[in-house]
Write a protein that binds this ligand. Structure first.
Ligand SMILES: Nc1ncnc2c1ncn2[C@@H]1O[C@H](COP(=O)(O)OP(=O)(O)O)[C@@H](O)[C@H]1O
Ligand SMILES: O=C(COP(=O)(O)O)[C@H](O)[C@H](O)COP(=O)(O)O
Length: 341
């Protein structure tokens, strides 16, 4: 497929490709989802947040003494129905949860786009949801990163006090461990985020993190992307600290390839890498360097993930009958999370 054809092929195909993004509150799901929308274009991508499918409003949850992490506090039957409709190209009328007041706004009409992102606490919780989702991502920041992100966001944008956020995080921990974390066993890719090894202030001031992308093996590669392309030569062009490492990691009993980045790359290096990916895959990679002269480790992980999602989408175009199957180990196996805590 010529590079420029990729978006046209998606736009013209009837297939609705669903990307699921799972993770705890404040782990970067919405931020990541926004980046994917920018990469593929607003006309092709829309997002559903699973918070809209809460069964109870904030006051009712308080009265019942349950957190939104408990599956029974959510309308997964309705969500399954809606996902099936959207996958079949049908419009839905979607509920809306309002984070400002903790209540529900009137439902809104929602039309399917060719790429649909489903993000929230439980996208992989039922077998049907797992079957409907084509690419599953689990975001897993270190507890100290998660704490810093969640406090900042909930204080600045949702009107909570830092103490209230900390208290809530503590209260939610058992339900997180029980109902949200095990979903990483179903993921095609897991993103782990730690503060930069070059210093926490580098993370806080320049948004540079130590990011590990754990991935399943590809269904079928659209060309082996050889990232070893004189990587040393490339990296020595970089004006700032940058590291890349490839290992394998145990993710709940599965061995996944783990690609770790930390630091920043300047645009000359990134353009060379992008060009190399383009030549090898025949898919035009997303132009990520437009936003600034430096690309962070997190941007780099997003680029690889976006390429991986494209790969899966092309695979489905060529073999639609194999799409959406159960791919990972059962969550019952071992009952562990991402195998690292
Ligand atoms: N990749 C990232 N780099 C830097 N900060 C991030 C990143 N992802 C999330 N954050 C911070 O964490 C906060 C919560 O992220 P958000 O995407 O709203 O989480 P979620 O949707 O999982 O609840 C954001 O407001 C932002 O401050
Ligand atoms: O856990 C989450 C998920 O949201 P997100 O992933 O967007 O943080 C929220 O706490 C609930 O949706 C309700 O929260 P509240 O009672 O605070 O409205």
């Amino acid at each position: 497929m010529p590079p420029s054809d990729f978006k046209r092929v998606i736009a013209e195909s009837p297939y609705v490709f669903i990307i699921g993004v799972a993770g705890d509150s404040g782990t970067g799901k919405t931020t990541f989802t926004r980046a994917i929308r920018e990469i593929f274009g607003e006309d092709l991508v829309s997002t559903i947040t699973i918070d809209d499918y809460h069964k109870y409003d904030r006051r009712e949850r308080k009265e019942l003494g349950i957190t939104p992490l408990v599956p029974e506090a959510n309308r997964f039957d309705l969500l399954e129905e809606h996902l099936s409709d959207l996958k079949a190209g049908r419009k839905i009328v979607k509920p809306v949860y309002n984070h400002d007041n903790g209540r529900f706004d009137p439902p809104v009409p929602f039309s399917p786009t060719k790429i649909l992102i489903l993000e929230g606490l439980h996208p992989f919780i039922t077998p049907k949801m797992r079957t409907l989702i084509d690419f599953k991502l689990y975001v897993d920041p270190d507890p100290d990163v998660k704490r810093a992100w969640k406090i900042k966001r909930d204080v600045e944008r949702r009107g909570y006090s830092p103490d209230a956020v900390e208290r809530e995080m503590e209260e939610r921990k058992p339900d997180f461990e029980r109902y949200v974390a095990p979903q990483c066993l179903f993921a095609d890719a897991v993103i782990r985020i730690a503060f930069s090894k070059y210093g926490r202030e580098v993370s806080e001031e320049r948004n540079v993190y130590h990011v590990t992308l754990c991935q399943n093996k590809l269904d079928r590669s659209i060309g082996d992307v050889d990232l070893s392309i004189d990587l040393f030569g490339l990296l020595s062009l970089s004006e700032r600290d940058f590291m890349v490492e490839f290992t394998t990691e145990d993710v709940g009993g599965r061995t996944m390839g783990a690609l770790t980045f930390d630091g920043e790359l300047n645009d000359a290096v990134v353009r060379k890498l992008e060009r190399n990916i383009e030549i090898q895959t025949q898919v035009e990679p997303i132009d990520l360097v437009q936003s600034g002269a430096y690309l962070t480790a997190g941007d780099m992980a997003q680029l690889i993930l976006a390429w991986r999602i494209i790969n899966r989408r092309i695979f489905i175009e060529s073999a639609p009958e194999t799409a959406g199957g159960e791919q990972a180990a059962s969550a019952e196996r071992g009952g562990c999370r991402c195998g690292r805590r």
